[in-house]
Ligand binder design. Structure first.
Ligand code: FAD
Length: 447
């Protein structure tokens, strides 16, 4: 795998740097400070990009235990799985090798940071080497949960990293029956992609509906309908009682309602745990002692004055929930880059997310509180067939907008949430009502 990335994308796992060259890099910038970032994915790269744009001239080092050039994650459950090549397509790279050279970002891949010494401000790697830092940024992301009973079986997968997606697509294109455990976004996106490949797909979800942690009931209903129309069999309110194997390979599951399903590939999409072990062992404050996110303030600063945390691994104290999205990875990286350079923090945007399933693009902005009986949705559009948006309110206060095939409503909802404007819920369903005119009128009034 590693060499495939190398050949394909012109990356080397020791790209452009060895640890002893760090001092030379300081000279290049006429600046003696060094920032080290652990985790070269959406958050880490966004930070590095922005801190350079903010004028940081010291040495910048990005470390990742993945092999080869860092790749985008969202395509891994979508277009990436449809491809059949033995090598990942370089169009999914987060940045080209030229970018790292131009920005003088030293990228070390295929190396794991195993220890942080906060007192010495030094990292230890699994190859025994050390690297000192002035400021450290933890962008270690999150690790997918596995069903304990399915652990270690060769045709059972979780999906987070490109090498896992490569392994899945290698089997998926010759498999017949896929079982997906977990009816969250990742599980449903994989289900949609597997149907496009031609597999028979079953999705098993322990909650009584899909997307129970992340989407409003009508959005879940719309997407459930979409999957059923395309032939996916949904088993909600069902857990896995037993995992079957045949000659050491996964062959099926017994559900808690007693039904047996056969499958020649199992993908487990039951959520992730923040990858905070490194921070926890160093004595940095985390939410809980195991699997809890790294606690940060609005500057993304941890309990240590020289260590920042961004992306999926971080949790801002006082926030309603930990976000797992590209927007959060990028925004938190930008915030840490401003904080380190003493620049004003950028305005906080309403959190947003997207998902693609078949021909349906879902865009969601704001947070839909789950299990709150006072929250209700107003539907705008041609539900359930075509484009529609779902406006979540508590009393008359707009909380979130989820838009399916409806980029216009998503943008309107985003603007409303960012300007703290709640269009009258009784008017939203009326397609003659123009929320934009309402926003303009209310913004003018506010000024
Ligand atoms: P990660 O992407 O998890 O990266 C963390 C990196 O840190 C990893 O590369 C890891 O190897 C490295 N690392 C960890 N510990 C160490 C260590 N000790 N030493 C060295 N390296 C280390 N979000 C959306 O908004 N829209 C989508 O459509 C969407 N689709 C997705 C589809 C898939 C299949 C997946 C997996 C995620 C998707 N997401 C989507 C979520 C989004 O990708 C994540 O929120 C985002 O990747 C988080 O970025 P991050 O940089 O914080 O963490």
């Amino acid at each position: 795998m590693g060499t495939q990335f190398l050949k394909n994308s012109n990356f080397s796992d020791q790209y452009d740097v060895n640890f002893s060259r760090r001092n030379n890099s300081k000279k290049d910038y006429g600046d003696t400070s060094s920032i080290v970032v652990v985790g070269a994915s959406h958050a880490g790269i966004s930070f590095v990009d922005k801190v350079r744009k903010n004028g940081f001239r010291g040495s910048l080092t990005l470390i990742d235990r993945q092999k080869g050039g860092p790749m985008q994650r969202p395509p891994l459950s979508k277009g990436f799985l449809l491809e059949t090549s033995e090598k990942p397509n370089s169009k999914y790279l987060l940045k080209t090798s030229k970018w790292y050279k131009d920005e003088k970002v030293f990228l070390h891949t295929n190396v794991t940071v195993s220890k942080i010494d906060l007192r010495k401000k030094s990292l230890t790697f699994n190859n025994g080497k050390n690297l000192d830092y002035d400021k450290l940024v933890l962008a270690t992301g999150a690790a997918p949960r596995m069903l304990p009973a399915a652990q270690g079986i060769p045709n059972v997968f979780v999906l987070r990293q490109p090498d896992q997606a490569m392994a899945i697509r290698k089997i998926a294109h010759s498999a017949r029956n896929a079982i997906i455990i977990g009816g969250g976004y990742i599980g449903l996106e994989i289900a949609a992609t597997f149907r496009q490949i031609g597999l028979e797909v079953s999705v098993v979800e322990v909650a009584d509906r899909l997307l129970a942690r992340v989407a409003s009931p009508p959005v879940a209903e719309l997407l459930a309908g979409l999957h059923q129309e395309r032939g996916v069999v949904l088993y909600t309110g069902n857990g896995v009682e037993e995992v079957f194997q045949n000659n050491g390979l996964f062959s099926g599951v017994k559900l808690t309602d007693g039904k047996n399903l056969i499958g020649d590939i199992l993908v487990v999409g039951i959520g992730v745990t923040p990858d905070s072990d490194l921070a926890l062992r160093a004595g940095i404050e985390t939410e809980t002692t195991t699997g809890g996110a790294v606690l940060v303030d609005e500057y993304q600063l941890t309990s240590d004055p020289d260590v920042f945390a961004i992306g999926d691994v971080a949790f801002q104290r006082g926030s309603p929930l930990r976000l797992e999205s590209i927007h959060n990875a990028q925004e938190s990286g930008v915030r840490a880059a401003a904080a380190i350079m003493g620049k004003p923090l950028p305005a906080v945007q309403a959190p947003w997310f997207w998902s693609d399933q078949y021909d349906a693009n879902l865009q969601s902005v704001g947070i839909v509180p789950m299990g709150d009986r006072n929250v209700y949705q107003v539907i705008r559009g041609e539900f359930p067939e075509k484009r529609a948006s779902f406006w979540s309110y508590r009393d008359n206060k707009l909380l979130a907008v989820e838009a399916v095939r409806d980029g216009e409503s998503f943008m309107l909802g985003k603007k409303c949430l960012e300007e703290n404007i709640s269009p009258d819920p009784s008017l939203i369903s009326d397609l003659g009502f123009d929320p934009m005119a309402w926003i303009l009128k209310n913004s003018a009034r506010a000024e």
